[in-house]
Ligand binder design. Structure first.
Ligand code: 5CA
Length: 424
C-alpha cells in the first residue's frame, strides 16, 4: 500500500485520557479512535492488526476441528429467560426493545444461542463431539470501561463452544482447548500463564484464565517462576496443572521461586457440564436410544484486547515493535519526496509486494527523518530507505525495528533477503 492513500495522522504527544502505553500508542499511531465511552472505531492500521490476530487464532481453532460460523450480535431474550441468566446478568447486559415490544439484547456471550442451535442440528451420539466458534463483537456495559480497547464495552471475542456425550469426554475436550490456547498465544509471540480461575457469570466448577505478564495488567498474580516457560506447549495438561497447583500452595509469597506480578487476561476457558443443556432441554440419543444431556464447555479469547496486550509486551520509547506476523506491514519502503530514482523504487516495491502480502511504500511529501519516526511509531519490522546512498552508491539502507541495526544492501541483495526471519 502507498502511504499517501492511508488514513493516518501520527501524534507526537500522548492524549491525556490515555493512561497506559498501549492505549497511548494506539491513539498516537491512528489505530483506533474513541467513538464514545468504551466504544471504538478501528482505523485502517488497527483493523489490519485485528485481522492478523484473528487469523492466527482461526488457524489454531481450525487445527483442533472447531467449526467457524457467525452468530448475530443481537439476540432474543427468550433463551436467556429459560437459562435463568436474563435476570442474573444485571446491568452489564444491554437490553433493547423492538417496535413490537419484543425484548432483545446485544449479546455479551453465546452459550444459550449455541445450545439452542446445536439441538436443531445434532440429535445422536454419532454427531459428538462438536466444536463450534465464531469471532464476533460483544457488548458488556462495563461499569468502568478503561485503558482503551483493553476493557471496552464493545469488544471483539473469539468464543468457542464444545458438546460431548460424557463428562469424561468433555474433560478431554477441555484439555485439548487448554493446549491449543497455549499454542495460540505462543504463535502470537506471547508467554501465556494459565491460572485457575473463578467462573463468574459463565458458570461451572473448572476454569482457567490465560494471563500474559504486564505491569499495567488488571490482575494480580503470584506464580511459580517455572510457569513462565517457552516450552510450556511441549508439556501435557496434567504436567502443567501439577506444576501450578504447587504454585497455588506456595501462597507463602516470600519463597524465592514465587514471582508476584501483574497480568492481562487474554483468554478464559470453562467446563460447565449441563448448566445450559439442561434448562434448554437439549439432548442426544446414545447407542441404546436413551436421551442424554450433552456436556459443554466454552472458550474465549479477547481478540481486540490482544491488540493492546501485544503492544504492552512489545514496545520501546519510539513506539510499537510488532511481531512480524501481526504487523500491519512487514516492510516499509521510504524514499525522498519526488525522487529522480522513482522507477527503481517502484520496481523494488513491486518485487516485494509479489513476495510478501504486506508491504508499504511511504510516498508522502515528508522528509526521510519524519518518515523513519512514523515507521518506528507504527512498529513495522523492516524499514528500507532508498535515499542519497542509493543515488550515489546504489545502496539501500535496511533498518530492523527490533534492535535498530542498519545494514546496506544492493537491489539484488534485497531480492534474496529473508524478511520473514525477524524477532521483535
Ligand atoms: N463465554 C465465555 C467464553 S467463550 C466468556 O464470555 N468468557 S469471558 O467472559 O471470560 O470473556 C472471554 C475473554 O474476552 C476474556 O478472557 C477477555 O480476554 C475478553 N474480554 C472480556 N471482557 C472484555 C472487555 N470488557 N473488553 C475487552 N475484552 C474483554
Amino acid at each position: 500500500m502507498k502511504l499517501s492513500n492511508l488514513l493516518f495522522n501520527s501524534l507526537k504527544e500522548s492524549p491525556k485520557e490515555a493512561k497506559i502505553i498501549s492505549h497511548q500508542l494506539m491513539l498516537r499511531s491512528s489505530m483506533i479512535r474513541q467513538h464514545t465511552s468504551g466504544i471504538y472505531t478501528w482505523l485502517p492500521l488497527g483493523f489490519k492488526v485485528l485481522k492478523n490476530i484473528e487469523n492466527i487464532i482461526r488457524i489454531n481453532q481450525d487445527e483442533i476441528g472447531c467449526n467457524e460460523m457467525l452468530m448475530s450480535t443481537i439476540q432474543s431474550s427468550e433463551l436467556w429467560k429459560k437459562s435463568g441468566r436474563y435476570a442474573d446478568y444485571g446491568k452489564e447486559m444491554l437490553r433493547i426493545t423492538d417496535r413490537h415490544d419484543n425484548d432483545l439484547l446485544y449479546g455479551p456471550t453465546n452459550e444459550e444461542v449455541i445450545t439452542d442451535l446445536f439441538s436443531d442440528y445434532v440429535n445422536s451420539y454419532k454427531g459428538l463431539p462438536k466444536y463450534l466458534y465464531h469471532i464476533q463483537w460483544k457488548f458488556r456495559d462495563e461499569i468502568r470501561p478503561r485503558f482503551g480497547v483493553m476493557r471496552g464495552r464493545e469488544f471483539l471475542m473469539k468464543d468457542a463452544y464444545s458438546f460431548d456425550l460424557t463428562e469424561e469426554a468433555a474433560f478431554e475436550t477441555y484439555k485439548k482447548f487448554f493446549r491449543s490456547y497455549l499454542k495460540t498465544f505462543l504463535d502470537l509471540g506471547l508467554q501465556p500463564i494459565p491460572v485457575k480461575a473463578a467462573t463468574g457469570a459463565i458458570g461451572g466448577d473448572l476454569s482457567h484464565e490465560f494471563q500474559i505478564l504486564a505491569n499495567t495488567g488488571e490482575s494480580e498474580l503470584a506464580y511459580d517462576s517455572k510457569l513462565v516457560d517457552s516450552n510450556l506447549y511441549e508439556k501435557s495438561y496434567e504436567e502443567i496443572t501439577t506444576m501450578y497447583s504447587a504454585s497455588d500452595e506456595m501462597i507463602d509469597k516470600s519463597k524465592s521461586d514465587v514471582i508476584i506480578g501483574r497480568g492481562i487476561e487474554v483468554g478464559h476457558i470453562f467446563n460447565f457440564g449441563t448448566k445450559y443443556t439442561k434448562p434448554l432441554e437439549c439432548f442426544v440419543l446414545n447407542q441404546d436410544g436413551k436421551r442424554i444431556t450433552p456436556y459443554m464447555g466454552s472458550y474465549g479469547i479477547g481478540v481486540s484486547r490482544l491488540t493492546a496486550a501485544i503492544i504492552e509486551a512489545f514496545h520501546d520509547d519510539k513506539g510499537i515493535k510488532w511481531p512480524i506476523n501481526i504487523s500491519p506491514f512487514k516492510i516499509n519502503i521510504i524514499m525522498q519526496p519526488n525522487p529522480d530514482y522513482i522507477s527503481d523504487v517502484e520496481s523494488i516495491y513491486n518485487l516485494l509486494i509479489t513476495k510478501y502480502d504486506n508491504v508499504s511504500l511511504d510516498d508522502r511529501d515528508l522528509s526521510i527523518g519524519r518518515k523513519i519516526k512514523d515507521s518506528e511509531l507504527i512498529g513495522i519490522p523492516w524499514t528500507l530507505i532508498i535515499g542519497n546512498n542509493f543515488k550515489e552508491k546504489g545502496q539501500i539502507e535496511l533498518i530492523s525495528r527490533s534492535n535498530s541495526d542498519k545494514i546496506f544492501l544492493s537491489k539484488q541483495e534485497i531480492e534474496n533477503f529473508e524478511f520473514e526471519q525477524y524477532t521483535p
